[in-house]
Design a protein around this ligand. Structure first.
Ligand code: PRT
Ligand code: ZN
Length: 293
């Protein structure tokens, strides 16, 4: 039988991770045609298949070597895998950021983690919560429930909850206050530790280079402005994360130049205001679509 040479990547079929995963893969140049119910998609222009699954299945698919790569939240990964880590985190992807936090009704007094002693805490993350409570030397009752954790205190099923928080709105709406952070999480690209054919390794390398390019481009901005030649030295420290800027002469303006630079750290209004005070004019900040060093 011919070995499978197409690389398999597992991503979430639908939910909070799906859009950002698809966006990333499309920006990496993968031609993906999805149909609503398909679980497997053949990438047209690269030897890659994409498997659409529930996020909870992704760590197992990668660790059992059914998929070489997977994209999943650190929260799911760390909850499922304590020991026998048969995967490596290849890249932190910067999206789906959230935190797993302990929260309790606003009116309940709270001093520090010792205040949780003896409480009933509802969560879908019993392993991460237990690990945290053990570290803090707190004995509490962990009540594992699979969803709608935030209503448990109102139903008197629990005294506190431990759930994912991103904006904090759900906690606020349920009159809960966040008191402890158990972990911070973001989407990560994980890779199997089983041995991989050299063809698949080449495809992984290509994909990783492109993901790097997409992530760098997202963080970076292209800045252009006009500047009196005399101010060139003074603006260097105002350009955050810029390598040597390109300085271009301006037609008919002997005392001014155009400065172009790539900033690796994003550009804030305060930076533009400082540049203007240093004599810059016609300042433009542009997004960068792709980058390769
Ligand atoms: O069906 P499937 O099993 O694949 O999906 P799922 O329902 O288990 O997960 P899904 O799609 O809800 O979330 C997927 C991943 O997104 C999570 O595992 C996290 O890594 C990440 N993520 C980021 C979040 C949040 N932010 C988030 N805010 N996952 C859930 N939430 C929920 C949270 O549980 C709470 O109910 O949003 C509510 C809080 O949000 P705020 O903004 O009100 O604080
Ligand atoms: Zn899930």
């Amino acid at each position: 039988m011919k070995p499978v040479t197409r690389l398999r990547i597992a991503i979430q079929k639908s939910g909070r991770l799906n859009n950002d995963c698809m966006d990333l893969l499309l920006k990496c140049g993968l031609k993906i045609k999805t149909s609503q119910n398909s679980l497997l998609c053949h990438v047209e222009n690269l030897p890659i298949d994409i498997l659409f699954v529930r996020d909870d299945d992704i760590p197992t698919l990668v660790m059992d070597d059914i998929c070489e790569l997977g994209i999943v939240g650190e929260n799911v990964l760390l909850e499922q895998v304590n020991t026998n880590k048969n995967y490596s985190i290849t890249k932190k992807l910067g999206f789906s950021r959230c935190r797993l936090s302990i929260a309790l009704p606003s009116e309940i007094p709270y001093v520090n983690s010792a205040s949780l002693q003896g409480m009933r805490i509802a969560t879908s993350y019993p392993n991460l919560l237990k690990q945290y409570l053990d570290q803090q030397n707190v004995q509490a009752e962990i009540m594992t429930i699979s969803g709608s954790v935030e209503i448990a205190p109102r139903l008197d099923m629990a005294d506190a909850i431990c759930d994912l928080v991103s904006t904090g709105r759900t906690l606020e709406e349920n009159n809960l206050k966040e008191v402890e952070q158990v972990i911070q999480s973001q989407a990560v690209l994980i890779k199997t530790q089983a041995s991989i054919s050299s063809e698949k390794n080449d495809t992984i390398d290509l994909l990783l280079r492109r993901i790097d390019g997409v992530l760098k481009a997202q963080e970076s901005k292209y800045i252009m402005f006009h500047l009196p030649k005399a101010s060139l030295q003074s603006i260097r420290q105002l350009l955050p994360g810029c390598e040597t800027p390109t300085v271009v002469p301006l037609d008919g303006m002997a005392d001014k130049v155009a400065v172009h630079a790539v900033s690796g750290e994003g550009v804030f209004w305060s930076t533009l205001e400082k540049l203007k005070m240093a004599g810059a004019s016609s300042i433009l900040v542009l997004p960068i679509e792709k980058m390769m060093n």
